[in-house]
Design a protein around this ligand. Structure first.
Ligand SMILES: Cc1cc2nc3c(=O)[nH]c(=O)nc-3n(C[C@H](O)[C@H](O)[C@H](O)COP(=O)(O)OP(=O)(O)OC[C@H]3O[C@@H](n4cnc5c(N)ncnc54)[C@H](O)[C@@H]3O)c2cc1C
Length: 448
């Protein structure tokens, strides 16, 4: 049997010619699409699932991590702040009151500018936002391959109920999380494995009663975390590491994580307990990313001339702030493709910094804005006037550089992260209080 088959030449109908195509409707893709639209571009967003939000909704990662530096200063503005409020517009939140009206700063004791959100409410609010902005969202459609002309992507072939069709555009934002377009178009990428973990929502009468007593919906319908934690030493647990950029890896991840869930269910099955949802997207942290013209630097180099936004380095104390270069969104191998979200250019710990929701939205906004400006100016991404991009981003409320009061934050007082009230055995609802479950079958030695 031959290893390959040859498909005869196919005529593929062109169904769209537009300014900007965004691949992937996670938080980064939504930000990119909205930003490009607001800067005058016609935008089509291609999403393989049937909802927006990606990992933040389908993947049950319904915790919008802090957008402040932990010592009272807002670090992100623009769409990062706007999407946080979009996610809680029609649902519950855990946002401290002091940050509710979007101030520039708040007393340290107020707590972090972060929130949990209700997944269905966020999905519907993201639908509304993209619709109101005039983004054409095409659901249930998977990007398949680029149509190349040298270093330029002229269009993409997608697959959906209509079969194979082509979408043509001047600029592209790859927000697939897995660098599907930049990889297939020939730019350099790096792949990585992810630990197996599984978040889902559960209902337990006892926990629910305590949530009702506290008038707290997130406490009443908490998230449960199964599997490994990224901050543990996971060396030697190769069996529980999967590659998200291969079909084999994706299937391994799905099956392992679902075994964990089933083991848990078998152990907890009772009349007063049920799972109320499972993730509908594999919860990969890092899969494949662009190796860009530049990347996030986090070795003491704080000021970046071509910064398109700030990112906080970690939840640990104190929050250190870095700046992300425009060149981390592009590659010299492609004249009209930008990366956005968890697949932007950052290595090692930097990749972990860039994959949090706020950082993903920040690079989404930067990519979408850059794409629209490049269309307007008729130039390549390499020739884009970065100063013009920065001025535009600043007008949109993006904070390009660290504020002087954040400089030398090594000496700042310790940030206050309010502890989440939780009785022994209760599931976690926040990154700061995790409860893990170990499956006897898969022999995971995570933290309890
Ligand atoms: C277990 C876990 C816990 C986490 N905890 C937190 C947390 O508490 N707080 C936080 O801020 N961050 C957290 N993160 C990180 C964060 O959730 C993600 O990194 C972030 O949401 C990624 O957003 P994105 O838009 O870049 O990518 P994604 O959310 O991955 O979105 C990519 C989108 O592209 C679509 N897509 C993919 N391929 C194609 C294709 N070929 N064609 C068409 N569409 C395609 C997908 O369906 C998806 O909608 C966590 C991540 C994991 C996995």
């Amino acid at each position: 049997m031959s290893e390959y088959i040859t498909i005869k030449e196919q005529k593929i109908p062109i169904v769209k010619e537009t300014d900007v195509i965004v691949i992937g409707g996670g938080v980064a893709g939504v930000a990119a699409a909205v930003a490009a639209r607001r800067n005058g571009a016609k935008v089509t967003l291609i999403e393989k699932s049937i909802v927006l939000g990606g990992l933040a909704t389908l993947g049950h990662v319904c915790i919008y991590l802090p957008i402040d530096d932990g010592v009272g200063h807002k670090v992100y503005g623009g769409l990062v702040e706007e999407l946080l409020h979009t996610c809680i517009k029609y649902g519950y939140d855990t946002l401290p009151d002091a940050w509710r009206d979007k101030p520039e700063s708040a007393p340290i004791e107020a707590g972090r500018y972060q929130t949990n959100f209700n997944i269905p409410a966020a999905i519907l609010a993201l639908d509304e936002l993209t619709e109101n902005e005039g983004v054409e969202v095409v659901f249930d459609t998977v990007f398949s391959e680029p149509i190349m002309d040298g270093k330029t992507v002229k269009g993409i072939v997608v697959e959906n109920k209509d079969g194979r069709t082509a979408y043509m555009a001047k600029m592209f934002v790859d927000a697939s999380g897995d660098a599907d377009l930049v990889f297939r178009a020939g730019a350099e990428t790096e792949s990585s494995k992810t630990i197996v973990s599984h978040w889902f929502h559960e209902l337990d009468f006892d926990i629910m009663k305590r949530g009702i007593e506290k008038n707290s919906m997130p406490l009443a319908t908490p998230l449960r975390w199964l599997g490994l934690a990224p901050d543990e030493n996971n060396e030697g647990k190769d069996d529980l590491m999967c590659e998200g950029a291969t079909n084999e890896g994706v299937n391994k991840y799905i099956k392992l994580s679902r075994h964990l869930a089933l083991d848990f269910l078998k152990e907890h099955q009772s009349e007063d307990f049920c799972m109320i949802s499972l993730p509908f997207m594999p919860q990969f942290r890092t899969t494949r990313r662009l190796v860009g013209k530049d990347e996030l630097k986090f070795d003491g180099e704080y000021h970046i001339e071509s910064s398109v936004g700030c990112v906080i380095a970690s939840l640990a104390n104190p929050a250190v702030v870095y700046e992300f270069p425009y060149e981390g969104l592009i590659s010299d191998k492609l004249s009209n493709v930008l990366a956005a979200g968890r697949m932007t250019s950052a290595r090692g710990r930097g990749w972990d910094i860039m994959r949090n929701i706020p950082a993903c939205v920040m690079t989404g906004e930067a990519s979408g804005t850059a794409a629209a400006l490049a269309v307007k100016n008729g130039c390549t991404l390499q020739d884009l006037n970065v100063k013009e991009l920065q001025d535009t981003l600043e007008k949109q409320g993006v904070k390009l550089h660290r504020k002087p009061e954040c400089e030398g934050n090594i000496n700042l007082p310790k940030p206050v992260t309010k502890p989440v009230e939780r009785k022994e055995g209760e599931p976690n609802i926040s990154m700061t209080s995790m409860v893990h479950f170990e499956s006897s079958d898969t022999k995971i030695s995570g933290r309890h």
